[in-house]
Write a protein that binds this ligand. Structure first.
Ligand SMILES: NC(=O)c1ccc[n+]([C@@H]2O[C@H](COP(=O)([O-])OP(=O)(O)OC[C@H]3O[C@@H](n4cnc5c(N)ncnc54)[C@H](OP(=O)(O)O)[C@@H]3O)[C@@H](O)[C@H]2O)c1
Length: 271
């Protein structure tokens, strides 16, 4: 499905280059199947060096070369880029936008009736090939467009297709989630320091513990509660730690964080 594909990035910044590297690393695409444009010369130089792909200063050059386009500029820059490419965007083109909060309706409006568009909400661990993303398809996008998006994003992590209104919840959970987990890792590390561990050892133990626990959930398929039960022996140490977390309302607090960030994403989407 991808061996004859040419993929164009509009915007060659951090996310574009991380995603493109993931495609090449996963052997989904070769560097000569990728082309990227950007206004910023340093971004183009870095993209070319990191991905080994062709670059162009003009967005239109990318639109003429590639039929599948990944829109990877900042949300405030989206309108300008779409106005620039609109007259060259044909029914053969598919636009996959990763711009946070930019709705399918606004992408479709900007590109014209019948434009095939997909909206993705990735998260920053895409930068290390471990993103958690979700996407929603526009009115004219086909089942093959959804399948291609799924295949491409799977190269840089986990991906789910959802209805567009659920993307606000995805933003509140996995979009904002890395920040919550960084706080949790920092707190674990602080706890380690409080009981006498050196800071660097404590931080690495904390991060590796989060990584290992996450892999246990994903790879065993067991319910997180069942995994917790497996490590809480009667009268043992872990259940005392759990008791302290429950007294501090850890789970209710984390749930409230997801709900609050989702509400904010909804507000921003309406604005
Ligand atoms: N970073 C994340 O974790 C994350 C997570 C989820 C979604 N996203 C989304 O991913 C998108 C890209 O984020 P990023 O962090 O990769 O941003 P970035 O590093 O700033 O990359 C965007 C690039 O596009 C360039 N650009 C600006 N206007 C342009 C134009 N008219 N034509 C072509 N290129 C243009 C920018 O150049 P200048 O620097 O000169 O403006 C910059 O090099 C954003 O929409 C963001 O919402 C990011």
């Amino acid at each position: 499905m991808t061996h004859s594909l040419t993929l164009g990035f509009l915007g060659a910044g951090k996310m574009a280059s991380a995603i493109a590297k993931g495609f090449v690393r996963a052997q989904l695409l070769t560097p000569d199947q990728i082309v990227a444009s950007d206004l910023a010369e340093p971004a183009l130089t870095a993209f070319a060096a990191e991905v080994g792909a062709r670059t162009a200063v003009q967005n239109l050059e990318v639109v003429k070369t590639a039929h599948v386009l990944i829109l990877a500029v900042k949300p405030a820059q989206v309108a300008g880029v779409l106005a620039e490419i609109r007259s060259h965007f044909t029914p053969d083109h598919l636009l996959i936008s990763i711009a946070a909060g930019v709705t399918l309706a606004s992408l479709e409006r900007a590109l014209g009736e019948g434009a095939r568009v997909v909206r993705v909400m990735p998260n920053t661990p895409a930068l290390v090939g471990t993103s958690a993303s979700a996407f929603a398809v526009g009115r004219a996008a086909t089942a093959a467009d959804a399948a291609l998006t799924q295949k491409l994003l799977s190269a840089v992590g986990l991906v789910f297709q959802v209805k567009e209104p659920l993307l606000d919840g995805v933003t509140g959970l996995s979009g904002s989630g890395p920040a919550y987990v960084y706080q949790f890792i920092e707190a674990l590390s602080d706890g380690g320091v409080a009981v006498g561990l050196p800071r660097d050892v404590a931080t690495q133990l904390a991060a590796q513990t989060v990584l290992g626990a996450a892999r246990m959930v994903l790879e065993t398929g067991l319910h997180p509660g069942a995994l917790k039960d497996q490590v809480t022996s009667p009268g043992g140490t872990t259940i005392q730690g759990i008791l302290a977390l429950e007294k501090g309302a850890l789970r209710g607090t984390v749930m409230s964080a997801v709900v609050a960030a989702t509400d904010r994403a909804r507000q921003l989407g309406q604005g």
